[in-house]
Design a protein around this ligand. Structure first.
Ligand code: DGL
Length: 283
């Protein structure tokens, strides 16, 4: 048995990498739906269908748990699949399986530490309010998942999302820093204009952006702290597996990489991030 990790492309490798470091003995199957990438500009129903197909493939490969290492899939499809598809699928399969997301662990990492600053509100009243910026795909921004989930937990945060329509596609294509840097700077400036000042914290709410976290770091003021999803997600998955011994993560340290797109060597950004060349098999 194994842990499945799903993304539209190479972005989820950032989460996979953190999972492998935390659970080195576990067996992993990574699936990149590169035939249909990027997801971020697609209609919601398409994202649900594609995410479900990805989960089915990973369960067919023997995975017990699938991690949606894709904010777009998690934001748009996770709840739907958990409520309307997974119970019947589990029954038919005859073994316990589950699908987990990365948004709640990210929000816990972003809001968990008590860290607030005094902000002057309307001249007179002073409130403790922290401003969180979220960079994401358009589909994640439209879902308002970060705003909704953070509002549920705390009133101490104001959340502003910045959709970045082209970024995941360009990262997937292995574009250079020289091409990506001005685009990142444009989005950082747009978010700051909308807020009226830089955010206190910034969430890279698309796993592809983690690959170029350095460019976001350079474009944001030093005082803005950056929330990294991979570590937060891997920690949450480890805790989850500890509480749920019915899911077997495997123990041979096997790592397979599958793609619905063109098999072979991944682009240089994936390699730079991973530290060694990565070859994908046909899914
Ligand atoms: N890496 C994905 C995310 O976290 C998807 C990007 C895309 O396919 O548009 O949202």
């Amino acid at each position: 048995m194994a842990i499945g990790v799903f993304d539209s492309g190479i972005g989820g490798l950032t989460v996979h990498h953190a999972l492998v470091r935390r659970l080195p003995q576990a067996d992993f199957v990574y699936l990149a739906d590169q035939a249909n990438s990027p997801y971020g500009g697609r209609p919601g129903e398409e994202i649900v269908k594609l995410t479900r197909a990805g989960c089915e493939r990973l369960f067919a490969q023997g995975c017990d748990v699938v991690i949606l290492a894709c904010n777009t899939a998690a934001a748009v499809a996770l709840r739907r699949l958990q409520q309307t598809w997974l119970p019947g699928f589990r029954r038919d399969l005859g073994r316990p399986v589950n699908v987990l997301g990365l948004i709640v662990p990210t929000i816990e990492a972003a809001t968990g530490v008590p860290w607030a600053q005094e902000l002057e509100v309307r001249g007179e009243r002073r409130e403790r309010l922290e401003v969180l910026g979220v960079f994401s795909t358009p589909a994640t921004a439209t879902s308002r998942v970060y705003e909704i989930e953070i509002d549920k937990r705390s009133e101490a945060f104001a959340v502003f999302s910045e959709p970045c329509p082209t970024l995941a596609k360009l990262i997937e294509a292995g574009e250079s820093d020289a091409t990506l840097q001005p685009i990142v700077e444009t989005h950082v400036a747009a978010l700051e204009r909308r807020i009226g000042r830089p955010p206190d914290r910034a969430i890279l709410g698309c796993t592809h952006y983690e690959i170029i976290a350095g460019l976001f770091r350079a474009a944001l003021p030093q005082a803005t702290s950056l929330i990294h999803q991979p570590g937060a997600t891997a920690e949450a998955v480890e805790r989850y597996l500890g509480r749920h011994p019915e899911y077997d993560p495997g123990r041979a340290g096997v790592r397979r990489f599958l793609t619905t797109g063109a098999p072979g060597l991944q682009n240089g950004l994936a390699e730079r991030f991973w530290g060694e060349p990565l070859t994908f098999e046909a899914a």
